[in-house]
Design a protein around this ligand. Structure first.
Ligand code: FAD
Length: 439
């Protein structure tokens, strides 16, 4: 009996329930990744994520080879290629991790129906979140709409045990495994110069470091310059680190990080129940979005003239990642201060983020825009007050906005207050708004 294990964004061998079950229950196992032409050709493709995907696939192949297996790579339509491989290898079962986006849900339905016509069984396992979406719901509802009661239930429910790495991955002989893609084979386009090392090995090393660091107590994650959040997001996004393993190792040690992992699960269960989250307001709000192409272009390129906003946007372009506090400030500035549609912001983030994630990106953008799960949808973050509070010495701004590197201390947050002589040497734009702190 042979099983095909279709990898999607669960690129690891530790705690992989679908791989573990296949290795337990089948004589031979075909680990498969299909490079999805439709995603690569679509509007959500990202050169940054393609680069980390290529690295994660290389790392996964090498881990599978160490276990006696390999990673078969195909390219094309995921469902058609998976069934082709299943038929070629006479597999009776395809196993995969269940996922939440509209695209993943459609792919799962298609795979199930087309496989059943070919006489192949399909089994979906958990693995993309700590607690499977849909397994918790409030009385009378199909999913939680508010985080706090969800978090209460999430902490109380028993988590499944983590799956060990299978001792052996027994692949059938004579398989054509295919070439690993380079980032350019996936998608060409401008990439950020400072991307993280990809893959499960790097992700697990990082998790070890995070666990070691929090043993001394959790730092203030909101301190922009200190930059002490875990940076696990790209690894969680591609499943190189199991969210369950991260939660188990951090539980009881790092309550603030555990809460963040619960936010991730929360938004995944919202997306599972409301897969139109990327395009449609979760909660209708009579907002009339403005159109202002110049302001949008200035925001995208980090040239709004509001230093804290520009620092966040420049960090995104340089690293494919942005500190959470800066994501909140820049997103609030776009939607609440400039009044521009959250969908433009989400699309730009998705183009650049290495952790760009349907549930987390759209869910957080809607939260900030007031169309999502925020119980205070009208809150506006004042960028100047946020800057003074979370970057009190201005170090984060100077790090990411070199034009302001010579402006000392907190004065860097309001260059329009500098004397004409001090301002004269700065090649930094005037603020988009007249009184930036008062909107
Ligand atoms: P840590 O603070 O160390 O948190 C650990 C993990 O918890 C993260 O890796 C992430 O998986 C999860 N997490 C943390 N905060 C959140 C949150 N607010 N919502 C959901 N999960 C969270 N996160 C993404 O993973 N992908 C996105 O596309 C994304 N887009 C965002 C867009 C906006 C407008 C905002 C405000 C936030 C967005 N986030 C997104 C959430 C958050 O900013 C990042 O997860 C976090 O900055 C990643 O850094 P970290 O791993 O160091 O986080």
């Amino acid at each position: 009996m042979t099983a095909v294990v279709l990898f999607t964004r669960d690129l690891r061998v530790h705690d992989h329930p679908a791989l573990a079950a296949a290795c337990r229950d089948h004589t031979t196992v075909v680990p498969l990744f299909v490079i999805d032409e439709q995603i690569l050709a679509g509007p959500t493709a990202s050169p940054n994520r393609a680069a980390v995907l290529a690295g994660a696939l290389a790392d996964l192949r090498s881990s599978l080879r160490e276990l006696g297996g390999d990673l078969v790579i195909r390219r094309g339509d995921v469902v058609a290629e998976t069934l082709r491989v299943a038929i070629e290898t006479r597999a009776d079962t395809v196993r995969a991790s269940a996922d939440v986006s509209a695209y993943a849900q459609r792919r799962e339905r298609r795979l199930t129906s087309e496989a059943s016509r070919a006489g192949v069984a399909v089994e979906f396992s958990p693995g993309v979140t700590v607690v499977p979406p849909g397994s918790l719901h409030p009385a009378g509802g199909d999913h939680y709409r508010v985080f706090t009661p969800y978090f209460r239930a999430w902490r109380q429910v028993g988590w499944r045990p983590a799956e060990p790495v299978p001792p052996v991955v027994p692949i059938p002989s004579g398989l054509h495994v295919g070439e690993l893609p380079t980032p350019d084979d996936l998608i060409r386009g401008e990439r950020s110069p400072k991307l993280p090392t990809a893959g499960e090995s790097a992700g697990l090393r990082l998790l070890d470091n995070v666990v070691r660091r929090v043993a001394a107590g959790e730092p203030d994650y909101d301190d922009l310059a200190a930059d002490q959040t875990s940076r696990l997001s790209p690894y969680l996004h591609l499943g190189c680190v199991s969210p369950l393993v991260a939660a188990r190792r951090l539980s009881g040690r790092a309550p603030a990080l555990i809460r963040q992992l619960a936010w991730r699960d929360f938004l995944h269960q919202v997306t599972a129940a409301f897969p139109a989250i990327t395009t449609t307001d979760y909660r209708t709000r009579q907002t009339r979005w403005r159109h202002d192409d110049d302001a949008l272009a200035a925001w995208r390129s980090g040239l709004t003239g509001i230093p804290i906003v520009d620092a966040g946007m420049r960090q995104l372009l340089a690293e494919g990642w942005m500190h959470n506090r800066a994501r909140l400030i820049t997103a609030s500035f776009l939607t609440k201060t400039l009044g521009l549609d959250w969908r433009y912001g989400a699309a730009h983030f998705f183009r650049w983020l290495v952790d760009g994630d349907v549930a987390n990106n759209a869910g957080n953008w809607q939260w900030v825009a007031g169309t999502g799960n925020d119980t205070r949808p009208n809150r506006v973050l004042n960028p100047i007050r946020q800057a003074h509070r979370f970057d009190p010495d201005g170090e984060y701004v100077r790090r990411h906005v070199p034009e302001l590197a010579e402006v000392a201390g907190r004065a860097v947050h309001e260059p329009w207050r500098l004397s004409p002589a001090e301002r004269a040497g700065l090649s930094y734009p005037a603020p988009l708004l007249d009184r930036p702190g008062s909107h």
